[in-house]
Ligand binder design. Structure first.
Ligand SMILES: CC(C)(COP(=O)(O)OP(=O)(O)OC[C@H]1O[C@@H](n2cnc3c(N)ncnc32)[C@H](O)[C@@H]1OP(=O)(O)O)[C@@H](O)C(=O)NCCC(=O)NCCS
Length: 260
């Protein structure tokens, strides 16, 4: 990956301590190993600011570094010289039961070498609200499509991470499963196929609360997929910390391959 290649530039808002904001220039590029200290510092700030500690699986220095090179790539967004956001993509080994999320959702063995994960995304708290995660997802998915080696794209996200669930659904993923990962942390496994867009049976759709884990598990076990979030009427002004209680997940039935 050519690390100096500029992926995007523009203006974003930085929130200031006095509750004001200022416009700053940003640029998006790939990150090479020389940026590892900045990546790890930003991950640490994010971990310190999580509203629930189980929402993020922090990476060790060595595992983060593995994402740069043959096993993946990391893209970052700079405001001036400050790294304010990054997104990494990982190509897991076919038999890696922890990180090959294709195994979790039943992708056939011979296709597991085609799985890539949108692995971790972090935006500095003072730069949130600029859709930086969506912008990086868009470039990551475009690049994966152009490379054409990995087309089963997966990610995990906590059902309590309302913001990232919404971003992933808008980036074209559907929720295929809800299960314990990473030593007992509850996670959605989301999926999209860059070669064959997913199709649904139009007549089936049903909803469950975003924070009703047991009900959702039942729906996933019947072959339904989560496809959108719907805000519950009357709860529009609920506190940000409790957003998972204010949304339903809309489920639809996948059209099976042999029916298409
Ligand atoms: C998920 C994340 C990357 C999204 O950041 P983003 O791209 O800036 O999000 P958006 O621009 O789509 O934000 C839309 C709105 O939600 C708000 N928002 C986003 N993330 C938020 C969070 N974690 N807590 C509270 N509000 C948040 C934004 O401020 C914005 O509000 P506004 O419309 O009033 O300005 C960011 O929340 C984050 O870094 N979270 C911690 C790390 C994480 O959980 N990563 C995912 C798992 S790997």
């Amino acid at each position: 990956m050519e690390t100096r290649q500029l992926l995007e530039t523009g203006m974003i808002e930085e929130k200031l301590e006095d509750s004001g904001a200022q416009e700053v220039e940003y640029s998006m590029t790939f990150l090479d190993e020389s940026y590892m200290p900045q990546i790890m510092d930003l991950q640490e700030i994010i971990v310190q600011n999580l509203s629930r500690q189980d929402m993020l699986q922090a990476f060790s220095y060595d595992f983060m570094k593995e994402h740069i090179g043959p096993k993946g790539f990391i893209m970052g967004i700079f405001a001036g010289k400050r790294l304010v956001a990054f997104r990494n993509v990982y190509y897991p080994d076919s038999q890696d039961a922890e990180w090959n999320l294709g195994i979790d959702i039943g992708i056939p063995d011979k296709e597991l070498s085609r799985v890539a994960n949108l692995q971790m995304v972090c935006v500095h708290p003072t730069f949130r609200g600029n859709a930086l995660a969506s912008k990086m997802n868009r470039h990551a998915l475009r690049l994966l499509k152009e490379q054409n080696t990995h087309y089963h794209i997966c990610a995990t996200v906590s059902p309590y991470n309302f913001w990232n669930v919404r971003i992933l659904l808008k980036s074209g993923f559907v929720i295929r499963k809800l299960k314990d990962k990473y030593g007992g942390k509850i996670r959605y496994v989301v999926y999209q196929n860059l070669k064959r867009p997913i199709q649904f049976e139009v007549e089936t759709s049903i909803s469950a609360r975003l924070n009703d884990i047991e009900e959702q598990k039942k729906l996933f076990s019947t072959g339904l997929c989560g496809v959108a979030l719907e805000q519950l009427a009357g709860l529009e002004s609920a506190p940000r910390e409790d957003l998972a209680g204010c949304f339903n997940v809309l489920f639809k039935k996948l059209k099976l391959d042999h029916e298409r």
